[in-house]
Design a protein. Sequence first.
Length: 372
Amino acid sequence: MNFQSFNPPRRILMGPGPSDISPEVLASLSRPVIGHLDPLFVGMMDEVKALLQYAFQTKNEFTIALSAPGSAGMEACFVNLVEAGDKVIVCRNGVFGDRMIQNVTRIGAEAIVVDSPWGRAVEIDKVEQALIANPDAKFVAFVHAETSTGAVSDAKTLCALAQKHHCLTIVDAVTSLGGIELKVDEWGIDAIYSGSQKCLSCVPGLSPISFSQKAVDVIKERKTKIQSWFLDQSLVMSYWSGNGKRSYHHTAPVNSLYGLHESLVQLHREGLENRIKRHKIQHEALAEGLAKLGIEFIVPKEERLPQLNAIYIPEGIDDVKVRHYLLNKYNLEIGAGLGDLAGKAWRIGLMGYAARSENVILCLAALEDALN
Ligand code: PLP
């Protein structure tokens, strides 16, 4: 068989991720590979760390990018902090809350599940009731931006509630980081993870994470050894720490980290507030156009994520046929529904570099064409 090089077309990525990356991020990926302990590379990693602290709005020393996707970031938070027998309040209002439960139970810990309807924010009252009924709970875990439904939850209030009940918080910020307001220190988040491929607009495969001092202390005081060698953060830290004594842990994905560095430089240059405002402006333009097409949102207005627009597929319309039409005619990718919303919803992402007027205009015109 005669194998050829793979040359994918240039798509416009308006699904739930990966999102479009800028030409500068794309160019950074093709720079020469250097050793992952080369002093120049180590200097760049120090900058990645500082830029991630900016993105997360934290001074946490333990702020790094895991060499693995968001799912590994999720797992790293749970396996490092939670031990068998611990009680964890887990909020579920979509697919990713459900994955948190699976992480907790696989550790042998107990998940106290607080269910809220899909397409809605986590219900604060229910979480408070669970905290009152379980005074021995150690953690509250929730998804800030539920990518499966497009709903944002009130992270600030949930963290305050957890603190009142002496619980640490584990927060999924895979879709929220760089897209909506997120203040790790001010809100008192203890463990947080994200992904490189959403509002940061970098290639997939890296997971920024950050642990508060309280979380680090919990890890240090563990009674049992962390079951995962690769995700044991006490081992990874010696590679990321800036004290000049870096030692080999695993071979870092050198070029992906160039990409993350570049995407974070762009975020810093634009400014977090401006980036957040841009997502909101583009979301409002998209929502206005969708309303004109008679398309309805799944999430009520005040609980909607600007970067992930989940909409009902109009009646009588073939989900797969329309998405293939958009892909083949316009090179435009929108996302299918996930979990309970499979076949009922589309998810239109406006993440990072993709949150631009030309994308909104194209998406609306292409959808109008596909639906007629
Ligand atoms: N959590 C949320 C909210 C997500 O949207 C995703 C991915 O879409 C993940 C976790 C898992 O991230 P990854 O696919 O990078 O492993």
